[in-house]
Ligand binder design. Structure first.
Ligand code: SR1
Ligand code: MG
Length: 415
């Protein structure tokens, strides 16, 4: 039966494992353990010993953020483990190495990333990481392309689809918290009081509500590829030289644009939060420019790498050589590629817009805004983010470049 780990019980419970003895130290009584988890769902421990260190992550049978009143299955640990193994194969070096998995106890033991910090935390502190744009753009292209029918053989792809289809409860969280709750008086919603007028306006904002419904339909019904499923800046760990993606427990087969939109939304929110973190020490114009540059680099890298994989690795049931290249019409393949990228672009904007709404008006907020103590100052930042989010989502079919979005964001920032 499941038992939650504590710093006191962890050495005795995991200390007999030969792999962990080799990684951490042979004598578990000498392991030092601290609980460091501050996420919404799980327990996370750092374990250090005479030979090294590891991270132990354990799912709880309920949502940690809310408590035991909201049960959540332990099997999310199984999906996280399987997603990590697939991501490791599809973009080597971008996820932590796994040392041990115990499905019954919902425990994953993995590489301790140090001196990495959570990307969201680094951005709040005003740190500029030079590699994240390229690393995250490549990660998106490689995992989204290689987990789809553009790459996988039909049988393997359909078996994987069936395996991840059971991650129902975590999809249900996203379906409700991201796409539905912010648009009515859901019990768990909360917002900064100074945004009451925006919430009131949203109740009668038919265009935004219909957009959220359309994006929810795409999320639920477009099983294109294996998604990370919760790719925000809190799911990325960084140093100046190294980028790693963590926490894919929401993994499932969904639309390619979802991970891209969620991630870019979190950079746009970081952009609008910067003025809330300015101190007497100075303004953050350099940081704001950096964040918009990162967004452009992620998208440009994603697009270029996706096109490269399309031209060099496309196989599976969507390999259309018999229609295109072998009939002497290679341009048709390029035209098909452009259509796929254009659809990802449009949907990406829709997903980004709803993510920005739910992080400000729903249950699960982000630290970028939450750590701005003065609620008036926080609301001013959140208001601008909501305006951009609505623009991206509602006008997604008529927005054609990140340069246009940059100009809109800079105008809003000056308001
Ligand atoms: C109840 S879980 C709330 C949020 O935390 C996770 O990180 C996901 O983003 C989820 O939507
Ligand atoms: Mg998470």
């Amino acid at each position: 039966t499941f038992q939650a780990l504590t710093p006191e019980t962890l050495p005795a419970r995991l200390g007999g494992n030969e792999v962990l003895k080799a990684k951490i130290g042979p004598d578990a009584s000498r392991w030092s353990v601290r609980e460091v988890g501050d996420g919404n769902l799980n327990l996370v421990f750092i374990v250090e010993g005479t030979s090294g260190a590891a991270v132990v992550k354990q799912a709880l049978p309920y949502v940690r953020l809310v408590g035991e009143s909201w049960p959540l299955p332990l099997k999310r640990s199984f999906f996280e483990y399987h997603a990590l193994t697939r991501q490791a194969a599809r973009d080597p070096g971008m996820v932590p190495e796994i040392y041990h998995f115990d499905g019954t106890q919902a425990i994953i033991v993995m590489e301790y990333l140090t001196p990495h910090v959570i990307l969201r935390r680094a951005l709040i502190e005003g740190r500029q990481l030079p590699k994240i744009g390229r690393d995250l753009g490549l990660f998106l292209a490689r995992t989204l392309f290689r987990g789809s029918d553009l790459s996988m053989e039909a049988r393997a792809r359909k078996e994987d689809l069936a395996l991840f289809a059971d991650n129902v409860e975590l999809c249900d969280i996203t379906e409700n918290l991201v796409f539905s709750d912010p648009y009515f008086e859901a019990e768990l919603n909360r917002h900064t009081p100074e945004l009451d007028d925006i919430v009131a306006d949203l109740r009668s904002d038919r265009d935004m509500k219909v957009t959220a419904q359309i994006m929810k339909h795409k999320f639920a019904a477009s099983a294109e590829t294996l998604l990370h499923g919760d790719l925000h800046t809190g799911s990325v760990m960084v140093t100046a030289e190294n980028t790693r993606v963590i926490d894919p427990e929401f993994a499932f087969y969904g639309p390619m644009a979802f991970d891209v939109g969620m991630l870019l939304a979190n950079f746009w929110m970081s952009y609008f939060s910067q003025s809330g973190h300015e101190t007497a020490k100075g303004e953050r114009d350099g940081m704001r420019d950096y964040l918009l540059d990162v967004i452009e680099e992620i998208w440009a890298t994603f697009r270029t790498e996706f096109a490269h994989l399309w031209r060099t690795e496309r196989k599976g049931i969507l390999y259309q050589a018999s229609l295109f290249e072998k009939r002497g019409d290679p341009l048709a393949s390029e035209q098909a590629l452009n259509g796929v990228i254009a659809d990802i672009w449009t949907d990406m904007l829709g997903f980004a817009g709803v993510e920005m709404h739910r992080r400000i008006l729903g249950l699960a907020h982000n630290a970028d805004f939450e750590t701005i103590a003065d609620t008036g100052r926080r609301a001013a930042c959140e208001r601008k983010a909501l305006k951009l989010g609505r623009h991206l989502a509602v006008n997604r079919r008529s927005i054609h470049s990140l340069a246009d979005i940059r100009a809109t964001a800079e105008l809003l920032e000056k308001e």
